[in-house]
Design a binder for this molecule. Sequence first.
Ligand code: SAM
Length: 276
Amino acid sequence: MELWFTEKYSPNSGITIKVKKELAHKKSDFQEMSIIDTYEFGKIMVLDGFIMFTEKDEFIYHEMIAHVPLFSQENPENVLLIGGGDGGAVREVLKHNSVKRVDLVEIDKMVVDASKEFFPQVSSGFSDKRFHLHIEDGIKFVKQSKEKYDVVIVDSTDPIGPAVGLYQRDFYKNIYNILNDDGILVVQGESPYYRDTKEAFIALNKELKTVFPFTMPYFAFIPTYPSGMWSLGYARKDGKEILEPLRQKTFETKYYNSETHKASFAHPEFVKELLK
Ligand code: SAM
C-alpha cells in the first residue's frame, strides 16, 4: 500500500509527498508533531500538519535566515534565536567565528528532543560551548531580557497558536529594545503568493515598519514551503540600507553566497505592490 502526506496551501492546492514510514508521532502542550521518512525529501518534521523542514532542502532556509543578517554586520557577537528549536539556524550562526554567544528560546522541548534524535546533522550546534538553550515563551523572554544582542532571528511557526504574538508590534518593540544600536532583526516572513500566507506577509511587514527605521523583506527559493517563494523580514535599528554582505565568507555553504545575498533583496513587481 502506498502512503502519501499532503500539506494544503489553499482549499484547492498543496504539496503531496510519498511516505516510506512514520518514525514518530507525538503531542505536546503546544502542538502535534510527526516525523516522516520520505522517498524524495528524506526525513521531514511536520508540526500541526505543516512541514517545518526536510533533510533535503533545510539548508536553504537555515543558511538564508542566518547568514544574511550576520554578514550584514562587521562583527556580530551576541545572537538571539526565538523558535527554531530544531537547531538548523543555530548550526549556521555558529559558523561565524566572531559569534561569542547564541541564546535559543524555544517554547516546546519536544521539538528540541526530536531534532536531537532524528536530525543530528541539523541539531549539531547544540553541543557547542557558545550555545545556550532556554525552554520558554519567546514573547516573555524578550520582554524581560537585560541582555543586548547584535542579531535577533525569529524562526517561528506560522502565526497560529503559540506563535501569534511573534508577529505583533509589541514583540517587535521589545526586540528593538534589546538590540544594540546597529542591531538587526530577521523574521520568518511567510510567502506573498497564496492568500493566507500573503495576508501574514503584508501584516508583518507593516508592523515591522512601525517599529524599525529601515525594513525590507528578502527572498529564498524553498521547494517545500508554500509556492516555493519564501520571505524573511529584515529590519535594522540604525536605519541604514545595507543590502549586501560586509564581510567575505570563510566557510562552506550550499545556497548562501554574496550573489544570493544581494539578489535576495530584489522584489518582483507584484511584491512591490503588496508592500505599498
Ligand atoms: N521556519 C519553520 C517553519 O515555519 O516551517 C519554523 C521552524 S521551527 C521548528 C518553529 C518553532 O517555533 C517551533 O519549534 C515552535 O515550537 C516555536 N515557537 C512557536 N511559538 C513560540 C514562542 N511563542 N516562543 C518560542 N518558540 C515558539
